[in-house]
Design a protein around this ligand. Sequence first.
Ligand SMILES: [Zn+2]
Length: 316
Amino acid sequence: MKAIGIDIGGGSVKFAAVDAAGRVLKRFAMPTDTAQSADAFAAGLAAAVNALKADFGGKNIALGIGLPGDTDPQKGMLRWAPNIPWHNFKIKTALEAATGCRCFVSNDANMAAWGVYAEELKYKYQNLIVMTIGTGIGCGIIIGGRLYNGATGSAGEPGHAKIDFGPRAPLCGCGGRGCLEAYCGAAGIRRAALAAARKNPQSALAGLIKKEGFSAEIISAAAQAGDKTALALWRDIGLRLGRGLANMILLLNPQAVVLAGGVSRGSKYFEGAVREVFASQSVRTPFESVKLLISRRQDIGAAGAALYAAAAADEK
Ligand SMILES: [Zn+2]
């Protein structure tokens, strides 16, 4: 089935149209205007979808939407999102009425995971975890070739699983302490890098931060130059990420774990530490069989939403 996917972010909305063979025919983006009402925003999306539909020959097109927050896939509703002001936004009902397309909704990390599963990996692994590590940590779980949404659409939040219960564990954006995201998300990495630079003022990392300001690329650049402080920082991130992933692997026994998102671009420097944690596990079989992969695609969310909608519509 032909499908249109929409990936809604706090800054921009991305669209992708896929044909019945799953090929992406068209992509475009527009800014997210959070100053307007939810109804006006939905009307803007519907106009873009209707224009794409006309290009596409009209009928029988499924619509998939990835939402950046707490999503109810059954009701097709965004309950709440950190970067978007519309609460309990019934986007499925609004877009089905305005476009005539059957609409399928999930959170953006789930749609990105479906994109990795369907487009990047061509359905090779039916049991798969895709963890997107950027500002936050998002995760999509595919079990037996189906997206696992959980009872309330809240499955796949390992970013807020606790990996440190100490009283001084760092604060997470969620308000809790010691979450995986507080160590391995972009803000946690920044905090650790600045602390490491203060402690090691002679390091290449400290020099680069002083000269250029902090960015994740700087830690990689310093590590590439052999800087021990930067290498130790990446190793620490890898060990913590490995522990978080190990718990998920023990729970779900996936065939593969895929890391995506900005932080995964430093994988060269932290992958070894993740594998070290896997090798140290006493329950060996799931860790000997699991593939650790790095996604090479950026912006797979819209295509993933389209492919998910096509699959879901074919099923029903
Ligand atoms: Zn948290």
